[in-house]
Structures are given as C-alpha cells and as structure tokens.
Design a protein. Sequence first.
Length: 591
Amino acid sequence: MFKSFSESLPAKLWLSIATMLVGMIVVVVLTLYQKQETEKLLARMERVNVPSLIYAQRALLAFEMEHRHYRDAVLIGETELLLSAQRRAEEAQDNLLKICKLPGISRKEQLEAEQTITDIARFSVEAEKTYAKLGTAPGDDQLRESVMRLSKESEQLKLRLSTIIDRQRADMSSEMLLIVERGRQQFIIVVGVFVLVAVLATGLALYMINRFVLTPIRKSSEQAKRIAAGNLNERLEFSQNDEIGHLANAMNQMTGQLAQTMQRLEQEVETRRIAENQVREANAVLGERVDERTAELERVHKQMVQVARTAGMAEVATNVLHNIGNVLNSVNVTTSTMRKSVKESHIRNLLKATELLKENEDHLDDFIKNDERGGKIILYLDKLSHTLISDNEKLCDWTAELEGLISHITEIVRVQQEAGKGMTFVERISVAQVLDDAARINETSFKRHNIQVIRQYDPIDEIIADRHLVLQVLTNLLTNAGHAVAANEHGERWIKLRIYREGTTVKISVIDNGIGISPENLSRLFEHGFTTKKDGHGFGLHSAANVATSLKGKLEANSDGIGKGATFELSLPVVNKEDYEQNQECVAVCQ
C-alpha cells in the first residue's frame, strides 16, 4: 500500500485533500452537536414555556372576567351574570389544569398551579353565595364584610396568576439567551477549526506540489528545450516512478519517433508532388471533356432545328425545343457547377505548399521541427490530397450526368425523327425506372432549391410503351413541379412521386406543395399557348397531353387553389406488345 502511495502523484495530492476532509468532518460533527442541543432547548420552549404562558394568561383573563361578572350582577341585578361568572371560573381552572398536564413542567410549578385551582374553586363557591344574597339584602353589614374579604382574595389570586405569567416569560428569555450564546460559541469553534484545517491542508498541498510536481516539471522543461534545439540524442532521466516519471519516458519515446518521422517526411513530399501532377492532368482532361460536351450540345441543337424544318410543322418544333429546353436547364446548372468547381479548385493551395517546401529544402529537418508552418505541412498535404481526389470524383460524376442529359436530348431528337417518318418504337419498360430517370434529370435543380423528393411506388409489372415518350412527359411534369415548389418561400419544399395500378391502368402521380393553381386556370392548363409563367410559352403541358393521348393514355391535373399545391397524374394502359402494335397508328409525337 505504501509503495503504491509513493509511486502515485494523485495519491500525494489526495493526502492534503484528505486532511482538509477530516477537518471538515470534525466541523460538521461539532455543528451537528450544537444544533442538537439548540433543538432540545427550542423543543422545551415549544412544549412547556410557550403553552404554559398562554394558559396562564387565559386563566388570569377568565378569573378577572369572573370577578367582574359577580360585581355587575349585584349592580345591574341580572342573575344571568352569576351563571356567566361560574363559567369563567371553570375556564380559569381548566387552563390551570392544562398547565399541570404539560410534559416537562417542574413539580414546583405543578403544585403551584394545583393550589391556585383549589383557591379559585373555593373563591368561586363562596363568591356565588355571597353575591347572590347581596342582591336580596344590600344593607346587610355582614355581607358587606364578606364582599370586602372576597375582593382581597381576588387581588391575591390575580397577583399569583401574574407571578406565574412573569416566571414563564423569564424562563423563555433565559432559554433564548442560552440559545444565542450557544450559537455564538458554535460559530467561534467552527471558524477556528476550519481556519486551522485550511492552513494545515494548504501547507501540505503546497509542499506536495513543489516537491513532486513543480520541480520535476521545471527539469523536464529544460530538457525539452534542449531536445527542441535539435539534440535528438538528449534523454530525460528521473528516478521517481510516478506520473512525472512516466511523462519523461513518453518524451524519450517521442524523440525517437521524431527521428523516424523526419526520414519519412521526404518520401511524403515526393508522393505529394506526384499527386499534384496527376491532379493537374485530370483537370486538363476534364476541361477538354466539358468543351467537347458543350460543342456536342450545340451540334444537337442545330440538328433539332433541322429536324423541325424537315417535319414541316412549327408546333412540333416548338414542343420539341421546349422539351430540350427543360433538359438544357439541367445541363446549364451542371456545367455552371462544374465551372465553379474548377475555378475554386485547391490546386493553387497545393502549389503554394510545394513552393513552401522547396524554399526550406536545404533545412527541411529544422523547418518541420521548429517552424509552426512546417509542423502542420504534413497534415495539410494529406487533407489537401483527399480534397483534390474528392473534387476529381465530383467532376467525374457531373460529367457522367452531362452524358446522360445529352443522351436524353439525342433520344428526343431520334423520337421526333422517327415520328416524322411515320414510325414509333415500343418496348417493355419499368415505370419506376423511367420516373427515377426523369427525377435524375431534374436532380441538380432540386438540390439547388432544397426540394425533397418522396417516392411511394407500388410493385407494378413492366408495361409496353415508348420509353422516351413517357420520359418526355414525366420530365416535363417534374420540371413544372420544381418551378412551383421553388416559388414557395415558406416551409418545407417537397415533391411526392407515386405509382399504383387501378384496374388495367397504371397511374403515375406527381404531387407538390408548391404555389398551387387557381380554379379558373385549372381548366385551361393544357391549351396551346396558355401559361402563368412570366417567361413561359404555354407549350410544355400542351405537348405532354398530346403525347399522353398518343400513348393511349391521358394526363389530368388537380389543385385545391392558390398556395395548396397541385397534382398531375399520367394514366397509361396495361396492354401486351402485340395489341399495342395493332392498335397504334404510328402517330407523330405531338399530333
């Protein structure tokens, strides 16, 4: 046990704390003892002195009223006052009897109270007889002498009761003085013991801290400065086996590890240089791919204009361009995000870090150890490499997203070209997958406006339809829903996608909590040229409704009014491929 104590620094410090705790326990014990004695005195006052004083005062008051009623009965001549005087006498005796029954009352006080009860009873009997006769024979000299004698006895009894009251008051005063004196003594004792214990504990704590903490720490600090100056062969030596000794051993181990770290540092720097070159090459390739995609978009746009002219239908061209415009909005958002990411790339910070290492290449060891920037350069390079890799992955994802959007635009062009030739293409499609593709096309816009997409898909078998026509309608609906929800400046923004089957029909619902549709506009939504947007042309929903009709389905809209959102529902028939091809007349997309 003593060996453990000598080896533990906290144990040495706890010794001084334990000393103070023992002193505090002594103070608490003394305080509790004084408190117990004070409570005894207060309890006696509560049980004996206070009730005795109250009962004595009540007895004196009742006796005075008794004597007064006897005299008033003779003067006024009312016999009822004699009965009232008797009741007052009984009341005085009852209060004195209560004094006798109090717990803790002295024998002397009890005998005095009993004697007073006897005297009051005798006085009351004699007074009742005397004052009753005096009312019938007021001139009798013998009765007058009895009245005088009763008056003297009354004064003596009053004096005796007053004496009892004064004695009880004196006892209460002495008890209160004793309580005050004990409180003062208790305060002096507690303060004295506390000061003594505090002085002893503080002195012991200061000795322990100086002997076992401050002195070893001062020596350790001096040795650490020599190590920091570059002497990695310096070691700390302490014979004590406590926490300070453990600290010295840990510092010795750290010095050895620091030497090994310096050897690995040059390898890390070379690795970071290679990573820098790779990131630069990747950024150059990504920039070229962005330029290629932009040129391809321009080529596709020109191709769509030519398709519209070849078809010879202005409405078709307008609707197709509208659909492409929806996709181009997502393309613009994605390319803007990519351009911003490239401009904000951390590659310049990597170049600065490399230049900083090159500047200190001749004294790299000292730079890492003593310079605050050198101590942080390894962690910085590690975090920077992860950041650049993450940026590279994001750019790859955005490029893949651009490829998907461009592919969708190409399919829009292809579908319209085939429609212009009197052809259409049907296949087995997954409604959930097509709806997810439409949501993915608008995903960047949804994220920018903090719009949450909620999916409620019932398990539905694949259906036979033209996949790209269905995707075209759903993309249009999701784009419009995104615009409506983005205009909602208060509360959450969400779009709910629902798929369920009703008989031989598949229902695809796009529900939003956007700005809603007024009743007067609801019936005109699918009219050509009708729009409520400032920059709209009224082609999107008209085209979507025509496509739904060409797919042997229908498109419906519903809203409870302004500010209450809207629901658009696309219904498609569940038919096999043979029936579809027999009944499909190969109509154009927007006939």
